[in-house]
Design a protein around this ligand. Structure first.
Ligand code: COA
Length: 320
């Protein structure tokens, strides 16, 4: 089986910083409420950037950092729940923007776990010898799916993109992976698409916005993240105490704190940038990786954890 390593990371921000103070002029909320319940202070939202543009910018930076040409990429996977179009896929439009002429390009939908799911597909594709260089992007313009009158959701989310290049190597750095889903309980976090309407069926009105049962999602997250961490360490020689960095999906500071407390892990090992970005769904882990990597040392063991709509969850164990 081939080894796999990360060879480049990039990220990109949407153009407008929306502060809690400005949000308080749009809906009945306050900086104090948002900060104490979530830890979020600001979020970047699109003032014109598309998902494809954010994804392409993050990808270009990852390619530069990996020192490889786009034409060398074998595969491009974009994880997103906010594609610009149903067809072509965001990945195909990124392929065109980058000039990645020999890539196979496709999107996947796994909400806030999308980056972990996409990484698993990329890593397994390299391991089986099918491809050598794979670009995985998490990119979202969630602001177009938000009901800006709904204070339960509009304070939580932001836009952005992060990108990672996985490459074949003799010196394997991906130590384990774990993913799972629970479609039965998917109704606690939903985003409707085009309703069924054809020559046989009259159009039924659907809410076109993100909808969430916050308490249910909070319970799910604080329950599943410790499981993700335990599962990814199982059948490896790595112990919980060996982990130098935990990069969790950036949904809510209270979720990070609750997991740290439950697992008796020092809170300072949990990277946090949700105060600046809010929850950017599939983009949150690669954006966090891009920002956290300045603190990584060679040999550090790192755990990535995604969880979200579907319900979906998963984790990756890496060595830097
Ligand atoms: N500003 C002010 N008040 C708000 C508010 C806001 N933005 N949003 C909700 N409230 C109010 C509610 O209306 C409610 O008022 P009431 O008691 O008069 O009915 C009160 O605050 C408490 O609401 P509740 O939903 O119980 O708050 P909470 O403590 O559960 O916190 C979340 C809400 C959303 C922050 C929390 O449930 C959470 O973090 N859930 C997980 C969300 C998440 O991470 N989703 C993405 C996962 S990928």
């Amino acid at each position: 089986m081939k080894g796999v390593k990360i060879s480049g990371i990039g990220s990109s921000k949407a153009g407008y910083v929306l502060t809690n103070e400005e949000l308080s002029t749009i809906v009945d909320t306050s900086d104090e409420w948002i900060t104490t319940r979530t830890g979020i202070k600001n979020r970047y939202i699109s003032n014109g950037q598309t998902t494809t543009e954010l994804a392409s910018k993050a990808a270009a930076l990852a390619l530069k950092n990996a020192n490889i040409e786009a034409s060398a990429l074998d595969m491009i996977i974009v994880a997103t729940i906010t594609p610009d179009l149903f067809m072509p896929s965001t990945a195909c439009m990124v392929q065109s923007a980058l000039g990645a002429i020999k890539s196979t390009a496709f999107d996947i939908s796994a909400a806030c776990s999308g980056f972990i799911y996409g990484s698993k597909i990329a890593i397994n594709s390299i391991r089986c010898g099918d491809v050598k260089k794979v670009l995985v992007i998490g990119a979202e313009v969630l602001s177009k799916t938000i009901n800006w009158q709904d204070r339960n959701t509009c304070v939580l989310f932001g836009d952005g993109a992060g990108a990672v290049i996985y490459e074949a190597t003799d010196n394997n750095k991906i130590l384990n992976m774990y993913t799972q889903s629970d479609g039965k309980n998917g109704c606690s976090l939903t985003l409707n698409s085009t309703p069924l309407k054809n020559c046989l069926i009259e159009e039924k009105l659907v809410t076109p916005y993100m909808q969430m049962d916050g308490r249910e999602v909070y319970k799910f997250a604080t329950n599943i993240v410790p499981i993700c961490i335990e599962k990814v360490l199982q059948n490896t020689e790595v112990k919980l105490s060996d982990i130098k960095h935990f990069i969790l999906h950036q949904a809510n500071e209270r979720i990070l704190d609750a997991v740290a407390k439950k697992m008796k892990i020092d809170k300072s090992l949990f990277f946090k940038n949700l105060d600046k970005y809010g929850n950017t769904s599939a983009a949150s882990i690669p954006i966090a990786l891009y920002e956290a990597k300045a603190n990584f040392n060679t040999g550090d063991k790192i755990v990535l954890v995604g969880f979200g709509g579907g319900l979906t969850w998963g984790s990756l164990l890496l060595e830097w």
